[in-house]
Design a protein around this ligand. Structure first.
Ligand code: FES
Length: 264
């Protein structure tokens, strides 16, 4: 059977971020070399690269902010990393912005203060870029990974009351081994279909908060892709670590073609 992509987030931010990295790095190199060798055309190029770097960083920040708010799992190691990444990158833009303002124009020679701010900004850009890379390669934010029967990424916002079961899917909406992320108030819950029927469990891996909806589900077991922990989706019990704590599961019933879930 056909497998389709599972995408947690989207790849726009990682696709855009090379532009500010290239422009800002080039700005420092051209400004420093131009100043050392007394070449006005070089520092003018550096000045324009700095402005292009600031503009492209602000454009790349838009999908990054969307990922930060809606995709990076809350209360997780990735959220901590993403917060640091965000603050460092904002500082980089601020440093290059102040440097550009102090300079007074891209064709003017950068003085020692301007060069100093740019070099500090470049160092922070490296640190922030490393964190951003880790968010993609380890935390799989925006990664299009696949497994047999994965289906498309699905998510739905549900209005639910603690004392009342709510409809969360049509009976045929998911195939076996497919999952859907439910946003219920502040909670993230995974609805999944197994050979035995529908189940629901917390989206938060009990190890470091990885999204289980962004993991892999096969034969009644969901695997978190951050460090490989596995959980029985019917009982929530840990089947393989590093996680040691079980995850919460929720009661799911099927009535008249609808799947209903109770929060307790
Ligand atoms: S967060 Fe480490 S295994 Fe899930």
């Amino acid at each position: 059977m056909k497998s389709r992509a599972v995408v947690m987030g989207h790849p726009l931010h990682p696709m855009l971020i090379p532009f500010p990295i290239a422009f800002l790095t080039g700005a420092v190199l051209f400004d420093a070399s131009g100043s050392l060798r007394d070449l006005p055309s070089w520092w003018t190029t550096g000045g324009h690269l700095g402005l292009a770097g600031i503009a492209s960083a602000l454009v790349a920040a838009v999908p990054g902010l969307i990922d930060y708010l809606y995709t990076v799992p809350p209360d997780s190691s990735a959220k901590d990393r993403a917060t640091k990444h965000l603050l460092v990158m904002l500082t980089v833009v601020a440093l290059f912005g102040v440097a550009s303002w102090l300079r007074g124009g891209p064709s003017l020679r950068p003085d020692v203060t301007v060069l100093g701010l740019e070099v500090i900004g470049l160092g922070l850009l490296g640190a922030g870029g490393y964190m951003g890379g880790t968010l993609v390669t380890r935390n799989l934010i925006g990664i299009d990974h696949r497994y047999a029967q994965a289906g498309k990424w699905r998510e739905q916002t549900i209005e639910a009351r603690a004392d009342q079961a709510v409809t969360v899917a049509k009976r045929d909406e998911l195939q076996v081994d497919q999952m859907k992320l439910l946003r219920v108030g502040n909670k993230r819950i995974v609805l999944a279909r197994t050979e035995q029927g529908y189940v629901a469990f917390d989206d938060r891996c009990s190890h470091r908060g990885g999204s289980l909806a962004g993991g892999v589900m096969l034969c009644g077991t969901v695997q978190c892709l951050w460090h490989g922990s596995q959980f029985d989706v019917a009982t929530g019990k840990v089947k393989a670590g590093p996680a040691t704590k079980d995850i919460a599961v929720y009661r799911v019933t099927e009535e008249e073609g609808e799947v209903r879930m109770a929060l307790r």
